[in-house]
Unconditional design. Structure first.
Length: 262
């Protein structure tokens, strides 16, 4: 995708954080923006700040039975779907030994099954178009596990396997796949994360608070989309841990175990 002008871009998790920043930046590039999340009121607030055409489409990633109709509504509105950005999701802050299996299941339902379910509802449209781009916002936790994020990391690892496979299968249909690995971004992801019992964590991680802005992350993602990168990284010095893990695994272990989960 060389430019966004006139393209139809569907963004989940668009009501806050990275999703909101992406919506506003891509809207300024004169794309048609489809704004989705569970929070209709916040979507309306984001829409008021959009510069181009927009369509508010509330969606719950735990309700896959609604995805096909939602995709049809987007096509009815704009005629096509050029870019799907799977940004919606939820995190976790609890030790594995103290995390209810129900919380593990919930994170997989939202982050994995919800994401791939929506993707599968869009795929036939892009296949018919013989063109499209699917971007999924993973996490550095999709590259390596970290304290207090066992269920979250598992869901992000699962995304990676699915979308790398999808990239190979859909290359013949001119459907591009990009996976984004943000590091510490100053959003409320930790506040909205689930505790081991499934209640809202409610606390801001120091790591997140000291992270880069959602706007900087959004710009990194947009640049990566324009360049059609398979993998897009955004964050501070923490993103170097991916290379350290790959080339110096023993050093990686020594460094990572000294880090704070919050």
């Amino acid at each position: 995708m060389i430019e966004f002008n006139g393209k139809t871009v569907w963004i989940t998790g668009a009501s806050s954080g990275i999703g909101k920043a992406l919506s506003l930046k891509i809207s300024a590039l004169e794309a048609n923006i489809v704004l989705s999340s569970r929070n209709k009121e916040e979507l309306e607030n984001v829409a008021k700040q959009c510069k181009g055409d927009y369509y508010i489409l509330p969606i719950d990633l735990e309700k896959p039975e609604t995805f096909k109709k939602a995709s049809q509504l987007v096509v009815k509105k704009y005629g096509r779907i050029d870019l799907l950005i799977n940004n919606g999701g939820i995190s976790q802050r609890s030790k594995a030994s103290q995390t209810s299996i129900d919380v593990d299941r919930k994170l997989m339902e939202i982050n994995y099954f919800g994401t791939i379910g929506l993707t599968k509802s869009v795929l036939p449209i892009m296949q018919k178009q013989q063109k499209g781009h699917i971007v999924t916002i993973s996490s550095l936790s999709g590259k390596f596990g970290f304290f207090l994020r066992s269920a979250y990391a598992a869901s992000k690892f699962a995304q990676l396997g699915f979308f790398e496979s999808l990239r190979l299968e859909e290359d013949k249909n001119n459907i591009d796949i990009s996976i984004v690995f943000p590091g510490f971004i100053n959003t409320e992801i930790s506040k909205n994360a689930l505790s081991g019992t499934g209640v809202r964590h409610g606390l801001q991680d120091q790591n997140q608070q000291n992270g880069i802005s959602p706007e900087k992350c959004a710009q990194d993602i947009i640049n990566g989309i324009i360049d059609n990168k398979h993998e897009i990284f955004s964050g501070g010095k923490e993103i170097w841990m991916v290379k350290i893990k790959r080339f110096f695994p023993n050093l990686f272990h020594k460094i990572i175990k000294k880090q704070s989960g919050t």
